[in-house]
Design a protein around this ligand. Structure first.
Ligand code: DQA
Length: 137
């Protein structure tokens, strides 16, 4: 099983960024932990702060991989183009968020991804990613 985690803008700062919302662990250390929990999964990771790079990565993996775990971060709430890219590819996408976006500001309640995703997992901290991987197994 070939899965990829794609993280959007500002998620490279996990561990340093608003730790009361996003926790104090870096994504890299969480990712190492995930890889050791699921040795049977061929797992890879991509992060970009640039919308077009996220779209290019979706195109690149979206006809080959078995699943995509996508936290598009703030682009979730703004990007018609990422929503369209998910519609265009074959690989199923699970949308994840670390925080419960529905318990936060109104603008975070809208997602351009959810409608085209296989499912949405949010509000479980970094374990949202683990639950998304489990959903593919
Ligand atoms: C986030 C929620 C988004 O609203 C926010 O812009 C992020 C992170 C989350 O994982 O909780 O950057 O996607």
């Amino acid at each position: 099983m070939k899965l990829i985690i794609i993280n959007g803008p500002n998620l490279n700062l996990l561990g340093k960024r608003e730790p009361t919302i996003y926790g104090d662990s870096s994504f890299e250390s969480y990712y190492e932990n995930l890889k050791s929990i699921y040795p049977q999964v061929e797992l890879s990771y991509f992060q970009s702060n640039i919308e077009g790079e996220i779209i290019n990565k979706l195109h690149e993996v979206g006809f080959e991989y078995d699943g995509i775990v996508l936290n598009a971060a703030a682009y979730t709430h703004t990007s018609v183009a990422i929503g369209d890219a998910i519609k265009a590819i074959k690989t199923p996408v699970v949308e994840v968020h670390i925080s419960n976006t529905h318990a936060r500001e109104e603008f975070r309640h809208k997602s351009f991804i959810a409608k085209n995703a296989k499912g949405v997992i949010l509000g479980f901290g970094l374990d949202s990613y683990k639950l998304a991987i489990q959903s593919f197994l």
